[in-house]
Design a protein around this ligand. Sequence first.
Ligand code: HEC
Ligand code: HEC
Ligand code: HEC
Ligand code: HEC
Ligand code: HEC
Length: 532
Amino acid sequence: MLRCLIAVLAITGCSTDPERPPPLGPLPEPAAAETTRFRDDGACAQCHLVPDGASPLHDAAGHNVSPVLLWRSSMMALAARDPYYLAVFAEERARDPGHVQEIDTLCSRCHAPAGSEERAETGQHLSFDDMTSGADPAAVLGRGGVTCTVCHQIAPGNLGEERSFSGGFQIGYQRQLFGRYLNPVSEPMKLIVNFTPTSGAQIAESSLCGTCHTVIVPGPKGEVVEQATYLEWRSSKYPALGRTCQACHVPTTDETGAPITVLAISGTPANLGARTPFGRHTFVGGNSYMLRLLADAPTWAGTGVSTDELLASAMRDEAHLGEAARVELTAHDARQFSLRVTNLTGHKLPTGYPSRRVWLHVRLEVGGAVVFESGGVDARGAIVDRGGKVLPAQPHRDTIASDAEVQIWEAKLIDVDGAVTHRALDARRYGKDDRLLPAGFAPTGSDRTRTEPSGPELDATFLPGSDQLAFEPPGGIPAGARLHVELLYEALAPEIVDAIEEAATSAGSRFVDLARARPVTPVVMTTLEMDL
Ligand code: HEC
Ligand code: HEC
Ligand code: HEC
Ligand code: HEC
Ligand code: HEC
C-alpha cells in the first residue's frame, strides 16, 4: 500500500518520502572526445552517416543503412545510459558499500568499454559518478556505450578463449580499425580521424561478441555465470552452419532478404567503389521496452537521438522477436491438447540478461466465453490467474492442468539462502533455468556446466531446439472450442521494479519513475488460433 502511494507520488513528481532518494539527474549529452585510442561516434558520422535519400549508403529499397544511423538507436549504443542498468549498478553498490571500487570496475567494463579501457590504462577505474556526470574524455567516451572504436579495434589474439570472456577484449595502440574488406581505401580516414581501416576477419566472428556476451561475475560463493549467450551459441548447431551472431544481428541482407550492395561505405570521397557484403548495424534484440523508456525521457537520458529513431528501433526489436520462435499444435483429443514451441534463435530463448522471460498465454473459448486460460497478464505486466491474482513463482512444467499454472521459460538466480534475487553479485547460481535450448544443443566441457538447464531434467519433451507442453483443462475440451495462443516476451517482470525501489538509490528512483509511468507490457512474439 505504502509502495503504491509512493509510486503515485513519484509519477506526479511530489515525493516527500525521506527513504526515497530524489531521482538521478539528467545525463550529459553526447560530446566530441578523443584519446590515444578512442574517438566518439560523431567523428565517424562525418563519412559513415549520410542523410536519408542521399548517396551512397542505401539498400535497394532506398532505406538508409548508414552504420552510425542504425547503431545509435540500438541498446548497444545506449548501454551506459540504460536506466535499468544504472539502477541495478547503483543497487549493487548500495548493498555492498565495502566494494564500490570493484563494482564500478566490473559494471563499467562492458556497458562503458572505451571509458573503462582508458581508466584501466592509468591503473584507475570508471566510477558510477564518472559515468553519470564526468566530463573528461574517458567519461564522455564511456557514456557512448559499445561504440564504433571499441568493436572495430578488438584484436584477434585471445578471442574464443576463457580470458577473453567477461569483457576480456584486447584493444591495441596502432589505431587500426578492423573491417572485413581487403584493401580498404585508407587515406581519407587516416587524414581526418587518424585511424587506418584494416582488414581483420575477427570482426565477422562470434567470438568477438563473446567477449561481452559471456558474463561471469564473482558471487559470494564463487563464479556466477550471469549470461552465456556466446557459450550457448557455440554449443548449438549454428557454428557448423556458419550462422554467426553477426549473421542474425548485423544482417548483410535487406528487409526482403536480398543481399545488400552499397554504392560505397563512406559518403566521402566520391570515387569509392561499391561494396558487398554490407552489414546493417541494427543489433536488434528483444529489449524494446528499454528503448521506449529512453524515448519517454529525452531530457534525462540525453541520448542525442530523436524519439522517432528510438521508436523505430523498438519496432525493429519487436519484429525481430517475431522471428525468434514458432508455436504448433502437435496433438489434441477430447481431454487435452499439446503445443510445441521451437526456438529459432542461435542461443537459448530467451538469452542474455536473466530478467527476460517467455511464456504461453493460452485461452479456450466457447461461443466467445473463456472456459480455460493460462498465462494472462495484468496492467503492470505481472502474470496472473483468471481471477487477476498474481501467480507465485512457477516451477518448470510439462503439463498445465489449471488456470493457476503457467510454463515460463526463464532463468532465475537464487542467493545463498535459496531466495530468488535479481542481483548477480548476490547470487549463488541459477535456481531455475528452463529457457528453450537452441537447435543441436550439445555442450561439452566447461560450457556444459555453465549452460546446464535446471528444472526440466524429468521432462522428456524438453529437447534441443524445442519444448512441448500438454494442456489438460479441468473440464476437458468442450465441443466447438476455439484455441487462442500467444507466445509472450517480457524484458523484466514488474517484481524487479519493486525490488529496485526497495533498494532506495537515486538511479533506482529514476528507473522506477520511468517504469511506473510505462508499465512493462509483454511483446506478442507469435500467435496461433484454431478450432479444436
Ligand atoms: C561481461 C560484460 C558485462 C558486464 C561485466 C556487465 N554487464 Fe550488464 N549486460 C551485459 C550484456 C551483454 C547485457 C545485455 C544482454 C541482453 O540484452 O539480454 C547486459 C544487460 C544488463 C542489464 C539489463 C539491461 C536492460 O535494459 O534490460 C542490467 C540491469 C545490467 N546489465 C546490469 C549490470 C550490472 C549491475 C553490472 C555490474 C555488476 C553489469 N551489468 C556488468 C554485459 C555485461
Ligand atoms: C573522412 C571520411 C571517414 C571518416 C571520418 C571515417 N571513415 Fe571509415 N572509412 C572511410 C573510407 C573512405 C573507407 C574505405 C572505403 C572503401 O575502401 O570502400 C572506410 C572504411 C572503414 C571501415 C572498413 C574497413 C575494412 O577493411 O573493412 C571501417 C570499419 C570504418 N571505416 C570505420 C570507421 C570508424 C569507426 C570511424 C570513426 C572513428 C570512421 N571509419 C571514420 C572514410 C571515413
Ligand atoms: C564491449 C562489449 C560488447 C561487445 C563486444 C558486444 N556487445 Fe552486444 N551488448 C553489450 C552490452 C553491454 C549490451 C546491453 C546494453 C543494455 O541493455 O544496457 C549489449 C546488447 C546487445 C544486444 C541486445 C539488444 C536488445 O535490444 O536487446 C544484442 C542483440 C547484441 N548486444 C549483439 C551483439 C553482437 C552481435 C555483437 C558482436 C558483433 C556484440 N553484441 C558485441 C556489450 C557488447
Ligand atoms: C539464428 C539467428 C541468431 C543467431 C545466430 C544469434 N542470435 Fe541473438 N537473437 C536472435 C533472435 C531472433 C533474438 C530475439 C529473441 C530474444 O530476444 O531472445 C535474439 C536475441 C538476442 C539478444 C537479446 C536477448 C534479450 O532478450 O535480451 C542478445 C543479447 C543476442 N541475441 C546476442 C547474440 C549473440 C552474442 C550471438 C552469437 C553468440 C547471437 N545472438 C546469435 C537470433 C540469433
Ligand atoms: C558491436 C560491434 C560493432 C559496433 C559497435 C560497430 N560495428 Fe561496424 N561492423 C561490425 C561488424 C560485425 C561488421 C561487419 C559486417 C559485415 O559485413 O558482415 C561491421 C562493419 C562496418 C563497416 C564496413 C561495412 C561492412 O558491412 O563490412 C563500417 C564502415 C562500420 N562497420 C562502421 C561502424 C561505425 C561508424 C560504427 C559506430 C557508429 C560501428 N561500425 C559500430 C560491428 C560493429
